[in-house]
Design a protein around this ligand. Structure first.
Ligand SMILES: *Cc1c(COP(=O)(O)O)cnc(C)c1O
Length: 399
């Protein structure tokens, strides 16, 4: 089928929940993808931070092929070798002691909220259940996680929302100090906000957040669903500040493109869950965790985290030049290979023009261009994107 045929069939049969672009991607290799009409693109969207190893990384493809021929599913009534292996890799490379697997970022955050509430109730009593999260955050689309998401546009129409959630602005310590109290069970935040427009939480702020949490017996939960796993130039984003959370959630890139989510916690916190307290039919299934173990091993073995830091600097320096050259380009934000270019004009026509020139980028909100390339991207590809963007920005008119 052609792009046009897939689009019209999709409009007929698929629910209209996404503002989709008029192409269908059918194949990918490394940092390149091809659409149904055979056009090639350089992919700096990366499946929204899922395709961190590039498309069809051979080690992930091999692991999936091998596991598919052995065992796809068996349920968590039994031990699963690849699940145990991925848990070991996560524990041995992070602050955490125990892992729970699920299937998505929202499900991971839902699990983190449940674990934090269970822990607080067992440790301190029934009145400690409030979750404080940040404005402009994004934590998912289930009822609890969209309530934790500090953006009204995601909540409108779904009321009544679950009780026990509060919001404070990012990097505002006094607002947090005021909001925190005996009923606070956890502070939930993204060390780098992705969907909210690529905003980095200050490292000094995070250190103070942790102290405030300790003072009030509240847990600190980091949502690293988007910014974890090498994206920021460190294996986990919390390493930049040196602040270890009590619980961390992961998803997007964890299984190299297969659906997965995970909850990593300190032992004492993890112990709040007993058998029967939380579960997921597909969570940690053999296929996803075999892909995950292969992806995690390749991420480390191929030094992609270091490359993310290096290429991130190159990308940021190039974007910074646009802020000097173009009056409507205001600010570059981010760490490693999660970068945002704040504009004073609508970014969506720029995304369209880049696509017409063979480069895929994405726009969050309407005025932040976001770049999420594979972590094994090369210098030539970064330069190609900067060149195409420069050409497009040169044609863009300031308002
Ligand atoms: C994408 C994202 C989620 C939600 O993940 P899903 O897999 O879409 O449920 C949660 N938190 C952050 C920070 C994300 O970027």
């Amino acid at each position: 089928m052609t792009n046009a045929e897939i689009v019209s069939k999709g409009q007929k049969y698929v629910m209209n929940t996404y503002g989709r672009l008029p192409i269908a991607l059918v194949r990918g290799e490394g940092s390149r993808v091809w659409d149904a009409d055979g056009r090639e693109y350089l992919d700096f969207v990366g499946g929204l931070a899922v395709n961190s190893l590039g498309h069809c990384h051979p080690k992930v493809v091999d692991a999936i092929r091998e596991q598919a021929g052995k065992l796809l599913h068996c349920s968590n009534l039994y031990w699963i070798e690849s699940q145990v292996e991925l848990a070991r890799l996560l524990v041995e490379n992070s602050f955490g002691d125990k892992v729970f697997f699920c299937n998505s970022g929202a499900e991971a955050n839902e699990g983190a909220i449940k674990l934090a509430r269970k822990y607080a109730k067992k440790t301190f009593g029934p009145e400690k259940y409030e979750i404080i999260s940040l404005k402009h955050s994004f934590h998912g689309r289930t009822l609890a996680t969209l309530t934790a998401t500090g953006q009204e546009k995601y909540q409108a129409g779904y009321e009544p929302l679950p009780a026990g959630f509060k919001y404070v602005p990012i990097n505002d310590l006094s607002a947090l100090a005021e909001a925190l109290g005996p009923s606070t069970c956890a502070v939930l935040l993204e060390p780098v906000q992705g969907e909210g427009g690529v905003h980095v939480a200050d490292f000094a702020y995070l250190q103070e957040v942790k102290k405030l949490c300790r003072k009030h017996g509240a847990l600190l939960i980091f949502d690293e669903v988007q910014c974890g796993l090498g994206r920021t130039g460190k294996l986990f984003a919390y390493e930049h500040s040196g602040v270890e959370p009590d619980i961390m959630t992961l998803a997007k890139a964890l299984a190299g493109g297969v659906a997965i989510g995970a909850l990593v916690a300190r032992e004492e916190v993890a112990q709040a869950f007993s058998p029967g307290d939380h579960a997921s039919t597909f969570g940690g299934n053999p296929l996803a965790t075999a892909a995950g173990a292969a992806a995690f091993s390749a991420l480390l073995a191929e030094q992609m985290v270091e490359n993310s830091a290096r290429m991130g600097e190159l990308l940021a320096a190039g974007l910074q030049e646009f802020c000097v050259k173009y009056p409507f380009a205001v600010e570059v934000r981010g760490l490693g290979l999660i970068r945002g270019l704040q504009l004073k004009v609508d970014g969506r026509p720029i995304v369209d023009k880049c696509r017409e020139k063979g480069v895929l980028i994405n726009c969050v909100g309407s005025d932040v261009l976001r770049f999420l390339p594979p972590l094994n991207i090369g210098q030539a590809e970064v330069e190609q994107v900067l060149q195409v963007l420069d050409d497009v920005l040169a044609e863009t008119e300031a308002v």
